[in-house]
Each structure stands twice: as structure tokens, then as C-alpha cells.
Design a protein around this ligand. Structure first.
Ligand code: ZN
Length: 276
């Protein structure tokens, strides 16, 4: 029988189980993803309530079972990434990162690097660093867990590190300008997007700090990483679709302006995106 032990973890998801209980998926640093059965979580005085909120990291005391559900007894050193609960954008980004981490590894597989990456990403978002950049770094670094290792650091033909590069699915890596001809179906990716994707493959969220990227470049990076994910990962997470829709909607919304000629616009709310 497994003994009680202490372990660090991040709550990935919480699912109601029967009437009063819950199944909580926790990404533990040393034991990988585990599903915990928590009895009577609806009880307002439940001792683990604060430690089992979404976007929470804690040191838990519990019993990790190698088969079936694991159990929790106690918790300490609870960190709430509170901005993820109050800011709809950060909530969407952090939910996506949790889902991506969840999809990237099987249960009970130790993945310390991925755990540290997730933790560092949540901390960086909580500290106000650009969440889009954080998400991009996470995506680039998480690719390897999906078995993908596109060679972005040097030309796949000649090993040159001289930009600009384009991406080639055929070679699963970048081509320098001299070797664009090697793949007639190269991606025609935005060179700035490839530039940042190369950097994101190598850095951690903390190292990037307050990097500023122009909105149009960000859009190109988004497109390029989406292409990589389509090619190598092929999963469509609901939380990612939600972010995409959020963008599509927000870029279409126009804030009505008041002018002297028309002091009271007929519609005071945001315009209906479906009509534009
Ligand atoms: Zn080359």
C-alpha cells in the first residue's frame, strides 16, 4: 500500500463527481498528471477547498496510487494565480496552457520540464508579462512532448544560421534563402514570425521579460505556430478555439464615437460582429 507523501502540483481541472465529490486532475512536479478523488468538496469548510481552485499551485500531502485514483489529505504553501480568475483574457490563456499541458503527456508520466514551464508561464502572466508571448513560448517548447522537433535553428540543408528563413514541412525545418528552391511547396511563412519562433524555442517565459512585439508581427507568429500545430500536433482544443474567437470578435468591435452632430448614437453598445 502506498504511503502518504508530500508533492508539489498545479491544478489542471476539476470535475464534479456524483453529488458531493470531485475528481481533480493535478499536474504534479515529480509524479506527472494524476487524478485525485476528493470527497465532499461541496462542504464549505472542506480543508482542501482553497488548494483545489482552478489556477492554483500548492504542496499537497496525499497518497499517489499507481493504478486508479489518488487521494489528498492536506495542503500548504498555496499559490493562487488570482489574475487568471478575474481577467477574462488571462483566464482564457491559462486555461489553454493547462489543456495543452494535459494533452501533451499521458497520466503518471514524469515531465518536470513541462511542469516547470507551466508554472513559470502562470507566474509570468500573473506578473503582467505579455500573455500572448508567454503562450507562444509555451507552445514552441511543448511541441517536443507531442513528438515534434522541427529544426528551426539552422538551415536543414547547409546549417546556415543566416536569416531570413522559410519553413519546409518536407524537411521539417527551416531553409535559408539560398535553399528556398529545395522545397517548391515551402510555407512562405512570415520571416519575422520564424525569427521569433526560433527564439521562443530556446527561451523560458522568465527570460523574455518585457519584450515588445508589434501587433502585426504577433499575428504572423500566431499564424505560423498554428500551422506548426496543425502539421505536428493536430488536436483542436476548445480553449484554443475560444481564444481565436475572442480575437476575431474583438478586432471587429468598433467603439461608437459621439460627435457634435450626433450626440446620441442610436446604438450605444458594441456593434454586432455578425453584421460587419
Ligand atoms: Zn541553406
Amino acid at each position: 500500500m502506498e504511503n502518504y507523501q508530500e508533492f508539489e502540483g498545479i491544478v489542471l481541472s476539476i470535475r464534479k463527481h456524483r453529488e458531493k465529490d470531485a475528481l481533480v486532475k493535478i499536474f504534479t512536479r515529480n509524479h506527472g498528471k494524476r487524478m485525485f478523488f476528493v470527497k465532499n468538496i461541496k462542504n464549505p469548510n472542506h480543508s482542501l477547498k482553497a488548494a483545489l481552485l482552478p489556477f492554483t499551485k500548492a504542496t499537497y500531502l496525499g497518497r499517489i496510487k499507481d493504478d486508479g485514483l489518488s487521494f489528498l489529505q492536506d495542503s500548504r504553501e498555496i499559490t493562487h494565480f488570482s489574475k487568471m480568475q478575474t481577467d477574462i483574457h488571462l483566464n482564457a490563456y491559462a486555461t489553454y496552457l493547462n489543456n495543452l499541458a494535459d494533452a501533451a503527456i499521458n497520466d503518471a508520466i514524469q515531465a518536470v520540464d513541462l511542469y516547470d514551464l507551466l508554472e513559470e508561464s502562470l507566474v509570468a502572466m500573473q506578473n503582467g508579462l505579455d500573455p500572448e508571448v508567454i503562450v507562444n513560448i509555451f507552445e514552441m517548447r511543448a511541441l517536443q512532448y507531442f513528438g515534434a522537433a522541427p529544426q528551426l535553428q539552422s538551415c536543414v540543408i547547409c546549417r546556415s544560421q543566416q536569416e531570413p528563413f522559410d519553413f519546409s514541412v518536407k524537411y521539417s525545418g527551416v531553409l535559408c534563402q539560398r535553399h528556398f528552391g529545395e522545397d517548391p511547396r515551402r510555407s512562405h511563412a512570415n520571416p519575422a514570425a520564424v525569427h521569433f519562433a526560433r527564439i521562443f524555442q530556446l527561451v523560458t517565459p522568465k527570460q523574455v521579460g518585457n519584450i515588445r512585439i508589434k501587433p502585426e508581427t504577433k499575428k504572423a507568429i500566431r499564424t505560423f505556430i498554428d500551422e506548426l500545430y496543425e502539421e505536428y500536433v493536430g488536436i483542436r482544443l476548445k480553449s484554443k478555439s475560444f481564444i481565436d474567437q475572442m480575437y476575431a470578435w474583438e478586432t471587429k468591435v468598433e467603439i461608437p464615437r459621439r460627435s457634435a452632430a450626433a450626440p446620441y448614437p442610436k446604438e450605444s453598445g458594441p456593434s454586432d460582429p455578425s453584421r460587419s
